[in-house]
Design a protein around this ligand. Structure first.
Ligand code: FCB
Length: 474
């Protein structure tokens, strides 16, 4: 029997993208190279050798895409700014045409009554900063604060909410431990150092933004929190799961929202680093008042301690990003003896299990452990191998089902007391899915990569109705 779920009044609906994944125009109008431009050109890093050179050509199709958003009834749009478009070398002079692009984007949104949600950093570090050590260099946090100030001054009068970082876990651990993301390092100690500098960058950027924006401007960060389950009640499995929770979640939540690193995190990684990169005053700098916590969720993680038996069964399968679960070094330093256990299906095209109830549990847990901060779902969605049908439409019932069930999970969390204020579907359109290149389609709008024609999928039309009624039939 279907039920109708109504969302709270003023619940914010939107969809999300990121600069590198859609913009293209990688070497135009003064944009400098980022670490993803470099990574794409390294042999074997990205599926099919795909690059962000053209992507969805959003840079040249800005007006068309703004009109598309309006036609889909989107009240809000989450996008990221390409640092190297605004500051081509990551420091020093501003590139006026780069800044102008984001000014036109924000003004175009406001003209259409679409509220902008601006993310400063979605993984595309300017290459010159990487050449100086990237996130393993403390100076990068200072450069990030300078860059934040530039955006705050330019757009602070029109952008109601700024997000500092998108998913710093991915930047730190996929970038420096498992190496599946740019810059592609596999060094656990470096990954932990990068995580700290990302935390510091967040804190410094919030301070810099507050200094140049008005009292009503909201500050946030987006974390891809993991809902971690122990495979069994065995104490070894429970300990493995707790360690993954520290590395995936509390390494960011605790310093940002409580001003400290968890003791079990420090103890569980002491063999990898002495944490001497944490200087006096850093934790206070990181611990800035925030107005919103952004949460991205796709699938939960199931963790077991690696007994010899299990090792024999799942050789090479480290605790890791679910999509990378069967190869390579761990993305959770210190868990080299823990495994990510495959979960029952069904799965999306990423191979990620569909477990909406885990989403509810995550949101309820976060709201209990870190009370008094409103939550916004800044990403949730799924990839499927969508095709343009002969009837000219793109039928994606699996996406509608996934999103409906995850919205149901958000609704259940709200009923259980979680203060969730909004939901952004990932993604507005099919785009460059990082190491998977263009092989995975997350969009509610289909993109034909030969013609760059956009076609709203059935899910986009369904989502438009959800937005219009602020309710869902489940
Ligand atoms: C998230 C990223 C986003 C997209 C989705 C599928 O981790 O923030 O850019 O790749 O996953």
């Amino acid at each position: 029997m279907s039920q109708r779920l109504t969302f709270p009044e003023h619940f914010v609906w939107g969809s999300a993208t990121a600069a590198f994944q859609i913009e293209g125009a990688a070497a135009e109008d003064g944009r400098g190279p980022s670490i993803w431009d470099t990574f794409c050109r390294e042999e074997g890093r990205v599926h099919n050798g795909d690059t962000g050179d053209v992507a969805c050509d959003h840079y040249h199709r800005l007006t068309e895409d703004l009109d598309l958003m309006q036609s889909l009834g989107l009240p809000s749009y989450r996008f990221s700014v390409s640092w190297s478009r605004v500051q081509p070398s990551g420091s020093g002079p501003v590139n006026p045409s780069g800044l102008d692009f984001y000014t036109r984007l924000v003004d175009g949104l406001l003209e259409r009554n679409i509220t902008p949600l601006l993310t400063l950093y979605h993984w595309d570090l300017p290459q010159p900063l990487q050449d100086a050590g990237g996130w393993t260099n403390r100076e990068t946090a200072e450069r990030f604060a300078d860059y934040a100030e530039i955006l705050g001054r330019a757009l602070g009068d029109r952008v109601p909410t700024f997000t500092t970082l998108n998913e710093p876990w991915c930047s730190a651990f996929l970038g420096h431990a498992s190496g599946v993301h740019a810059p592609g390092f596999t060094d656990n100690g470096l990954a932990l150092k990068a995580a700290h500098h990302l935390n510091l960058a967040h804190g410094r950027a919030v301070s810099a933004l507050r200094a140049v924006t008005g009292p009503d401007t909201k500050m946030s960060v987006t974390l891809n929190l993991a809902q971690v389950y122990a495979n069994t009640d065995d104490p070894a499995d429970l300990a493995a799961a707790r360690h993954v929770d520290a590395i995936a979640n509390r390494i960011f939540l605790d310093p940002m929202l409580r001003g400290s690193y968890p003791d079990d995190l420090l103890a569980g990684t002491a063999h990898l680093t002495d944490w001497s990169f944490v200087a006096d005053g850093d934790l206070a700098a990181i611990h800035q008042p925030l107005d919103v916590l952004g949460i991205n969720f796709y699938a939960p993680t199931n963790v077991a301690a690696a007994t010899e038996d299990l090792r024999a069964q799942v050789t090479g399968r480290w605790v890791n990003d679910p999509s990378q679960a069967d190869a390579g070094p761990s993305a959770y330093p210190g868990t080299d003896r823990a495994f990510s256990i495959p979960q029952p299906g069904p799965y999306t095209d990423m191979g990620w299990p569909i477990r909406p109830e885990a989403f509810t549990e995550l949101l309820v847990r976060v709201s209990k452990d870190y009370p008094d901060i409103p939550l916004v779902i800044t990403e949730n969605g799924c990839a499927y191998p969508d095709v343009l049908s002969a009837d000219g439409a793109v039928h994606d019932p699996d996406r509608i089902d996934y999103v409906a069930r995850h919205l149901g999970a958000v609704h259940a969390a709200i009923e259980a007391g979680a203060d969730v204020r909004g939901y952004y579907l990932w993604s507005l359109m099919d785009n460059f899915e990082w190491a998977w290149g263009y092989s995975k389609r997350f969009g509610m709008v289909h993109v034909d990569y030969d013609t760059l024609v956009r076609t709203p999928k059935d899910s986009a039309l369904w989502f438009r109705d959800v937005i219009a009624t602020n309710a869902l039939e489940l």
